[in-house]
Design a protein around this ligand. Structure first.
Ligand SMILES: [Zn+2]
Length: 275
C-alpha cells in the first residue's frame, strides 16, 4: 500500500527509504508529487515540512501548465506529417477511399469526409497496426527479461506509456507507436520487468539494465525528447522538462538509486493519483 499525504488540494505520495537521511520533494514530469523521506520520519513531520514547500510546488505546476497550453492538436490537412515508429509520413486528403484511413508505407490517406473523426481513425489505426507489431517485439524482448506468461493490450492509457496490470497483462498506450523503436523497446522492457518486480527499487533497475544496458540514455531521451515524436499527445505527456528538484541533497553514498528515477508507468503498488 502506498502512503499518501493530502495537503491543500494536492496529494503527495510518500516514498520511504532506510538509507535516506533528509526529506526531499519531487514534481515529476506528469505533475505527480513525491515526498522522499527516511523510514523513521513521522507523518506529522512530513505534513509540516511539505506544507512549507507548497509555494514551490504550485510554481512548478504552473510552469508545467504553461507548457501544456502550447499543444496544438493535428489539423488533418494534406502535407501534415504523422509519425509511426519514429518516422514521419505525410497525410493526403482524398475523396475516394474504400476505408476512412489507410497507410501504404509511404503516406497516410484520409477520406475527406472522415476528417471530423480523424483522431478516432488514427487511434484505431495505431492500435490495430500496433498490436501486431508490439506483440512480435514484446515476444523478442521477453527472452531477455522474463519466463512468465503474459498478454498484451494496446489501449488508451492517458498520460502513461505503459502499465503492468493484474493477471500479467502488459498494457501499452497507442501513442507509443509514434516513438522510435529504441524508445519503444525501453517502454516494453520496463513493463516486462514489472512482471517480476512490481516496483521501481534498485532490483528493478538492475533487471532493466541486464536487458537494455544503455537504458538510462533511452529513458532520458524519452523524458526529454519523447514529446517531439508525438503528434497525438495527452497534455500531461507533453511536459518536456523533467522537474526534479531536491530540496535538500542527500550525500551521494546515502542516495538510494531509486531516488533519481521517476515512474514511466504506474504499477499496482506505486500508483499515485497525481490529479
Ligand atoms: Zn514502472
Amino acid at each position: 500500500m502506498s502512503e499518501h499525504l493530502q495537503i491543500a488540494n494536492l496529494t503527495f505520495e510518500v516514498r520511504r527509504s532506510s538509507r535516506r537521511r533528509t526529506l526531499g520533494l519531487t514534481v515529476d514530469r506528469y505533475g505527480e508529487l513525491l515526498v522522499h523521506a527516511p523510514d523513521n520520519a513521522s507523518t506529522d513531520e512530513l505534513q509540516k515540512w511539505t506544507q512549507k514547500k507548497l509555494t514551490w510546488v504550485y510554481r512548478k505546476l504552473v510552469v508545467k501548465e504553461s507548457y501544456t497550453a502550447r499543444i496544438q492538436p493535428p489539423a488533418f490537412v494534406t502535407g501534415e506529417r504523422f509519425n509511426y515508429l519514429g518516422r514521419s509520413y505525410p497525410l493526403r486528403l482524398v475523396t475516394q477511399l474504400s476505408q476512412p484511413l489507410s497507410f501504404d508505407g509511404t503516406k497516410f490517406c484520409l477520406r475527406r469526409e472522415a476528417r471530423p473523426q480523424a483522431t478516432r481513425y488514427f487511434k484505431q489505426w495505431y492500435s490495430e497496426t500496433g498490436r501486431g507489431w508490439l506483440a512480435d517485439r514484446v515476444k523478442r524482448l521477453a527472452r531477455r527479461t522474463t519466463t512468465n506468461d503474459f498478454d498484451i493490450e494496446v489501449r488508451d492509457l492517458g498520460f502513461r506509456w505503459g502499465s503492468c496490470g493484474k493477471n500479467s497483462v502488459l498494457y501499452f498506450d497507442w501513442r507509443v507507436l509514434q516513438l522510435p523503436v529504441r524508445l519503444i523497446d525501453y517502454v516494453i522492457v520496463h513493463e516486462l520487468v514489472h512482471l517480476r518486480e512490481p516496483h521501481h527499487r534498485p532490483k528493478f533497475w538492475q533487471s532493466v539494465e541486464r536487458a537494455v544496458p544503455e537504458w538510462e540514455r533511452r529513458r532520458k531521451e524519452l523524458d526529454n525528447r519523447g514529446a517531439e515524436y508525438l503528434v497525438f499527445a495527452t497534455p500531461r505527456r507533453m511536459e518536456p522538462v523533467h522537474w526534479k528538484t531536491r530540496v535538500k541533497r542527500a550525500s551521494p553514498e546515502h542516495r538510494p538509486i531509486s531516488f533519481t528515477r521517476t515512474s514511466l508507468c504506474a504499477t499496482p503498488t506505486v500508483r499515485t493519483k497525481g490529479d
